[in-house]
Design a binder for this molecule. Structure first.
Ligand code: PHE
Length: 364
């Protein structure tokens, strides 16, 4: 009996904690996956254990594809046997992947998916970022109050739940302020936007709001400038990748976007300092918002496992939703009973082909 007991104990102490990281490491938005992974790795190097057990990370690439995102979550759970999932970035992928996590009753924390539907009606999917009604409101106030814009063409990527949602939240606030909007449509992967830009110019747009991802944002900026449109360009967090600048170059100078974090924005937590220091040391550059969010998503999962005191998936999922005043790299994280975090929006402007921190807007 004693031998059995000792055997059992040693088996239990070998119980590694497994976190599956589901990200777009290849394909259209691979830059997002790379940045999140950098932050997750730093968090893991600093805090590799929980409850005295090592944490094992396994990455599952969803190839920037909605169906692959669901497959990747399923693989992580069924083959990887993970205790929790960290991911996705794009809301569309968190929606398809999140449906599987929910079905399999496995806790999942998105670092950066901002569409409200990602968590709504779910018990196992949470996030460490703000949601798009707030982001859209902030972008509309920026356009109307700060830039004095009254007529906006919204370029909507109809393939992305994120873009469709954010376009509508922007519209609601902007119209409420007395402004006018009209829509131009495109799809992820499109290359030629000249028809939409010409139409927007003829309709009298003073500014473009482009709630999409970096590749298309950069191309729209280049083509708009070529066609003679020099009004303000405003986007959401989807522009927050170095690729916006490396692709768009001088065409994206002056572009404003709403996002989650900037290394110059004032966050005074211990973890913010630690993260910034370690990131600069390891990568020799300043971190982007997605790296900070990846760092925070890892720490929030780890903290929830510690508080749950077990690897029971229900206990972990519930502990995630009881995250209160967690001092992360992006600020103080409170996750509500619906799985959403209430956080500030940072406004960033591109100047001289660099991301410059502008202001922070706190939730009301
Ligand atoms: N918020 C975006 C979405 O929901 C993802 C994103 C977050 C992209 C932060 C870049 C930076 O799809």
């Amino acid at each position: 009996v004693l031998v059995l007991f000792i055997l059992l104990l040693s088996v239990l102490s070998l119980a590694t904690v497994k976190i599956g990281v589901v990200l777009p490491m290849t394909g259209g938005i691979a830059a997002f996956g790379r940045m999140v992974w950098e932050g997750v790795e730093i968090a893991h190097e600093l805090f590799p254990e929980v409850n005295g057990e090592p944490i094992e990370l396994t990455i599952f690439d969803n190839r920037s594809d909605k169906i692959e995102a669901a497959n990747a979550v399923r693989r992580a759970i069924e083959v990887g046997n993970v205790n929790a999932i960290l991911g996705e970035v794009a809301s569309s992928y968190s929606l398809s992947g999140g449906a599987v996590a929910e079905e399999k009753k496995t806790p999942m924390v998105s670092p950066a998916s901002t569409n409200p539907l990602v968590t709504s009606g779910k018990e196992y999917v949470s996030r460490v970022c703000f949601i798009d009604p707030f982001q859209g409101w902030a972008a509309a106030v920026l356009a109307h109050d700060k830039l004095g814009i009254r007529n906006v063409a919204i370029f909507m990527d109809v393939e992305q739940d994120y873009a469709v949602g954010l376009a509508n939240y922007f519209m609601e606030t902007f119209q409420g302020l007395g402004g006018h909007v009209f829509f131009e449509y495109y799809k992820s992967g499109d290359q030629d936007f000249t028809a939409q830009i010409s139409d927007a110019m003829m309709t009298g747009a003073e500014a473009f709001f482009i709630p999409g991802y970096y590749q298309e944002i950069a191309l729209i900026a280049i083509q708009a400038r070529q066609l003679g449109f020099f009004g303000p360009l405003i986007t959401g967090d989807g522009a927050d990748a170095p690729e916006t600048i490396t692709i768009g170059r001088e065409a994206v100078n002056g572009l404003y976007f709403t996002t989650h974090y900037h290394s110059d924005s004032p966050v005074f937590t211990e973890n913010a300092k630690l993260f910034l220091e370690k990131y600069r040391e390891k990568y020799g550059k300043n971190p982007a918002a997605l790296s900070a969010l990846g760092f925070d998503a890892y720490l929030v999962i780890r903290d929830a496992i510690a508080r749950a005191g077990s690897l029971d998936r229900d206990a972990i999922a519930q502990a995630i939703r009881r995250t209160k005043n967690f001092a992360g790299a992006t600020g103080i994280i409170n996750i509500d009973e619906n799985g959403n975090a209430i956080k500030s929006v940072a406004i960033v402007k591109i100047e001289d082909e660099q991301f410059k921190y502008d202001t922070t807007i706190n939730p009301q």
